[in-house]
Design a protein around this ligand. Sequence first.
Ligand SMILES: [Zn+2]
Length: 127
Amino acid sequence: MLTDTQRAELTTKLTAEKTLLEEELAKLGTRNPSNPSDWVANKPAGEEFGADHTDNADIFELEQQNNATLNELEGRLNNVLRALEKMSAGTYGVCEVSGSEIEVERLYANPAARTCKAHMGDEHSLA
Ligand SMILES: [Zn+2]
C-alpha cells in the first residue's frame, strides 16, 4: 500500500511528465478541438507539396516521422492522464490485469505503469 507521501511524490512526477509531454506535443502538432486526447501533426514548416517529386518524398517522410513521434507522445500522455485520474479516484497503483498492487519501485521508475511486474508484457494489449 502506498503511503500519502509516496502518493504525493508520484503525483508530482506525473504532473511534471504531463507538462513535458504537452510541451513536446505542442511543438509537433495541435490538439484536436473535438477530441482533446487526440493530437494532429502539423505540416512541416514552410514545406509545401510541389512539382519536385524528390522533395515531395522528403516532405512525406518528414510527416510520417512527425506522426510516429506524435503518436508515441500521445500514448504516453494518455497513460499519464489515466494515472492521474486513478490517483484522484483512489484506484492508483493497482495492476489492470491481475488487480494486485503494483510494486512501489516499478511505480517510481514509471509512475504511469498500468500493470505489476508480472504483467508488464500484457500492458501494450490493454485498451
Ligand atoms: Zn498483475
